[in-house]
Design a binder for this molecule. Sequence first.
Ligand SMILES: [Zn+2]
Length: 281
Amino acid sequence: MIFKEFIKQYGTDEDCLRKIFVIRYGFKPYCVGCKTRRKFFKKTNRSVYECMKGHQVSPLTGTIFTKSSTPLRYWFYTIWLMSATRGGISAKQIERELGVTYKTAWRMMKQIRILMGKREGSLLKGIVEVDESFWNGAAKNRRYVANYNEKPQKIIMGMVEREGNVIMKKIETTGRPALMEQVEKYIDKKALVMHDQWPAYTNLHKLGYAHYGIDHGKTYVSGKAHTNNIEGLWGRIKPGIKGVYRKVSSKYIESYMDEYCFRYNNRKTPDQMLEILLNQI
Ligand SMILES: [Zn+2]
């Protein structure tokens, strides 16, 4: 959706409120008071809709907008920008564009990332590539399973379907238990898991998975046996996140990942991202 269309649809707070009303209740919802379907009309100067008999509903109750004093159209604009901007957008830029404080911009984005992180429970299927990415600044500094006593590290485990969806989760070690926990939580048992030769993956068949360890020492890609997709994702996401956020704290790293995964998982239908997010509210 281009900016002109966006503004036409959601240029005013009333447009946005109307949208939320329709998402939550439909066009002519059932009125609990009248015990029948009614048309509802917005009360002037209030975020409340009312039927002809005066029964009221407030569409914002229970949404991320309830306690916010930021205008709805600013929220919608931020949601739209975050979903439409391929490489992500900084709170600084929202601050500049909307003239809100940095804190407000940052808080809105944090809430929107929560919407982006909500996913339907479907497991990854088919060929699934797995890999871990270190965010401590160090190169791959994984040690075999013996790292129980090490201090937690900033690591992201990535799992991606060929041509499909990606899931990224924060883990603290690359020991077997940590990796297996993620695999079992997010990957279908019928999947074929592609991984590198990290020993923690060698027991995957004991959990019921078909799997294949790729030897990166070999320079060629043999048919379907590769982890090019997940490696390509690291190559794009790492510079992207570091460029936009500079410092990535351990507390928020997974929510940044949620944002990237959301855009990636909806890349084939970019026009629907706004609608999907609005439906999550
Ligand atoms: Zn009524």
